[in-house]
Design a protein around this ligand. Sequence first.
Ligand code: ATP
Ligand code: MG
Length: 398
Amino acid sequence: MGISRYAYKGKRRFRIDDFDCGDTDGIKNRGDAVDEFVANLVAINKKQQKLYAERKEGVIFVFQAMDAAGKDGVIRTVFSTLSPHGVKEYCFKVPSSEEKSHDFLWRFWSALPPRGFISIFNRSYYEDVLVGKVHAFYKNDIVPDRMKEADIIEERYRQIVDFERYLYETGTRVVKIFLNVSKNEQARRFISRIDTPRKNWKISSGDLKERDYWDDYMEAFETMVNKTSTERSPWYVVPADHKWFARLLVSRIVKKTLEEIDPKFPVLDQGTQESLADYRAKLIESLGDAGYHEQEKNPTEFADPSMIPAEMLQRELMMKQEEDDKKLKEKGFKAVRKLLASNYIIHSAQDIMDAISQEQEAEDPEDEVPQPSEELPEETVAEIREGLKDIDERLDNE
Ligand code: ATP
Ligand code: MG
């Protein structure tokens, strides 16, 4: 349940070569993560309502990653149950010519959250020490002579730390999240994007070109984390080869951040409370003979409104689980058919599971259907076995 293993606060050195992008903090599979994930979203939801009501502190969650690391999916799932009036996402792309004519932090000021709000930075000023460093874009800038002599990237690290300190001291917290995907997993996701027409739009030739600079990027990410991690504005390096784990860990980070802020619903001062009591008495009096009846309240109203989005999500997750199980069964039948067609003798349920695995990899490596392994549900195995009984008939019919 911890996040400290993934936190960098300026004391511990981050070494990207030692980092395991496939780490899942000991959790075996997605199924085992669902309950905690939903519980985290419920907790985040409640805290965010308080953050918004209290209007004391703003928060920025910065997301940085190589392409196809799953930034968009993480942001969508972790923040989707939050009230839209307190949360806003900003996507920072290649700077426009107007943006380029200013200092590199200029375009971020207008995206800073008011107190009580959360800003999500989908890419950020850290691009200026990542892509900006790897391709040395700053060399094309027209700047005063003194800047030509300076070590621009080194200065930017310091300017970023200063900027984040300034924000912290003036009421805005910055939490940075680096989704670290491995080079092989990125290749698999790119292949899947190329192979799957509905995912084609996600890939550009630019993404593929940047892959050639992989080592330079890794060096830039490592240095970025080491130079800009502070106690108040930490970096979290999230293993991103398993999307479900990246989402879980980010939900932990967001939850922890909001817990640290510890927002509370404002309590009205004595005078206001008394005047509300007066208003209440007047309202009841105005009802006269009609009277005020507790039971006339809307019967569909939830006792605790903050539960609504999470309950909806839980239902959705359950539906998705059913869908996944269905998909798995389909794959089971398909795999068994193939096995039988190749005259393979099925000895055990494990044979079927292995065949489903192969089926799964061949079909769509990026699709998130559960990986069949030892965690294949008992009932599913039983149903596949049941399905075997009429498999001959099915083959005849095909
Ligand atoms: P998606 O591909 O999911 O829509 P994305 O964040 O990858 O999201 P793109 O439009 O593909 O969006 O890429 C944005 C590009 O803008 C990235 O290649 C990034 O490196 C680049 N970029 C962002 N900030 C800067 C900057 N300051 N200088 C140069 N390039 C930048
Ligand atoms: Mg992109």
